[in-house]
Design a protein around this ligand. Structure first.
Ligand code: NAD
Length: 258
């Protein structure tokens, strides 16, 4: 598979590249265009994957990022079969105090960039009858305290990709999202370094553990793979069951209901 992965220098994006190389879901050979703004870590990941991988250092908020990725993908791989559009950020804070620039930045990375990249890769994906998978979040489904406009930016991403699935279905392109719940990566490591906070979080997850980058990568690879050949326009939650715990959190389920 010829794959473009954004946010490939760390966490879930890196795990997508590494798990694709393992070959459990999608048989090789594979070639990779790895996109990230962190040049140093991107170089490390690329070197570890070998000659089939090509690093493309870019900020996904740039207006022309999609066109530049498309050009680089053609130069390195001659086309594109799959896209893991995964780069994203969190920003803390309350909406009442949020700065306009921070709101715009959240939407620029977590929503708009996915569209810029998808738009530029439409023709190559049409040629390969390929697949596009974006990384959303469980926060797209649930308001998330102290994360400012993060939930809104991810909720918009869900609808953007559903819209793509309808527009591009006739071209044979499948478009889906994955929504991780709490997952241990560089994005969350500082928060979960506090053992009390980690224990509280894990207690709220039915599987009683955080997700790993590999857990989420495997869901992305499933959606990119032929095993998901008739699946388009869905959001696949990878949250250990956490999104089903609303009633538990409110005290129901104790056997005391009247
Ligand atoms: N970790 C979690 O608990 C969690 C939960 C839900 C959703 N997600 C989503 O998963 C995705 C991957 O996050 P992660 O947990 O692997 O985090 P991470 O911080 O380990 O990796 C994110 C990568 O994206 C890159 N990136 C960020 N902004 C960029 C930009 N403007 N241009 C280019 N590259 C950029 C970073 O350099 C980094 O390498 C994100 O979209 C995130 O919102 C993560």
């Amino acid at each position: 598979m010829r794959v473009v992965i954004t946010g490939a220098a760390s966490g879930i994006g890196r795990a997508v590249a590494e798990q694709l190389a393992v070959g459990d879901f999608i048989a090789g050979p594979h070639s990779y265009l790895l996109v990230d703004r962190d040049e140093e870590r991107l170089a490390e990941v690329t070197a570890a994957l070998g000659a089939d991988a090509c690093a493309f250092a870019a900020d996904v908020t740039a207006d022309d990022v999609g066109e530049r990725i498309a050009k680089a993908a053609f130069a390195h791989m001659g086309g594109v079969d799959g896209v893991a559009s995964n780069a994203g950020i969190i920003l803390g804070g309350a909406l009442a105090e949020a700065r306009t620039a921070d709101y715009d930045r959240l939407f620029a990375i977590n929503t708009r960039a996915h569209w810029l990249i998808a738009r530029a890769l439409h023709e190559p994906l049409k040629a390969s009858r390929g697949a596009f998978v974006a990384t959303a979040s469980m926060s797209a489904h649930q308001p998330t305290p102290a994360l400012s406009a993060y939930s809104a930016s991810k909720a918009a991403l869900l609808m953007l990709v559903r819209q793509l699935s309808v527009e591009w279905g006739p071209d044979g392109i499948r478009c889906n999202t994955v929504s991780p719940g709490p997952t241990l990566t560089a994005m969350t490591a500082a928060g979960y370094s506090d053992p009390v906070r980690l224990a509280q979080r894990e207690a709220g997850i039915p599987l009683r553990k955080l997700g790993t980058a590999t857990d989420v990568a495997n869901a992305i690879l499933f959606l990119l793979s032929p095993f998901a050949g008739h699946i388009s326009g869905i959001d696949l939650l990878v949250d250990g069951g956490m999104s089903n715990t609303l009633m538990t959190a409110s005290g129901a389920g104790s056997g005391q209901a009247k």
